[in-house]
Design a protein around this ligand. Sequence first.
Ligand code: FUB
Length: 332
Amino acid sequence: MKKIITSLAAITLFSSAITAQTTLKNTGNPLFTDNYTADPAPMVASDGKLYLYCGHDECFEDSVGFEGQYGFNITEWLCYSTEDMQTWTSHGSIMKPTDFKWAKGEAWAAQAIEKDGKFYFYTTVQAADPLNCKCVAVAVADSPTGPFKDAIGKPLVEDKMTPNGERGWWNDIDPTILIDDDGTPWLCWGNGTCFLARLKKNMVEIDGEIITLPMQNYVEGPWLSKRNGLYYLTYASMGKGSETISYATAKNITGPWTFQGELTGSGKDSFTIHPGLINFKGKDYLFYHNSTLSLNGYGPATGRRSVCVDKLKYNADGTMQKVIQTEKGVSK
Ligand code: FUB
């Protein structure tokens, strides 16, 4: 095993659930080898730590995924944290899709953000009857590691709110959240179509119209960020047979957006790739996933992905340099 679990650091009690925290050393990519992990979403909290949220890929032969034997089977979201990118704490599961009473499963991509001492977790689930569609859900917690609870008791976005999307009931996945300099929260999401909406300052209601952002070669997995007054929309784009990461920039979040090309190639052995950009302690990083890890006798597969991280560099004009995916990652 590439990484060694160095200690059982703590046992934390949250709402009668027991979460074992383990400490992991960064020895390169993939970053975590205690679990299969996908759709990385980094967040820097006011406690100075970087928290990394991801889906727990659990596609195994005896557990058929909802896209077939080697497809996705993602039943919970995991959280990891670090103070230095070298030593990571695994906090285990922070939420399951079925914690949303109206959902029946599928822990697809998510992103968390801190506002006024609360942590908002925007995520994707499959709604149960009568909706039966992919939905954007929102949960809230007092701590970055939960416990997270459904914030509104219903979907934040459901299929009937996005009739203009080309993928129908499949549209409403992969939310990304940005709080603008004036305090306005913006939510962006979508598969096949990239949707954008303003949220009310309470973080849990759409404020006004849902618009679409034309993005070249767009598939899914948008990630909103802002740097030096310039907005960035980084997303999974269609490459040659598998996804790559591309990005666009804009002076106004509602557009026009300028396509800036590919930021990465495909994730090794993975059809999907999913960006998560963060500036942490003055350095920029791109999180993504590939499928190179063999764990407990199971090899790479569509539904057995692993989070990776590499350095991200900006040019003087604000464009990003192409990220080369490395095995060393940001390990020392
Ligand atoms: O993990 C399930 C889906 O795969 C995500 O929602 C997409 O972004 C893709 O990574």
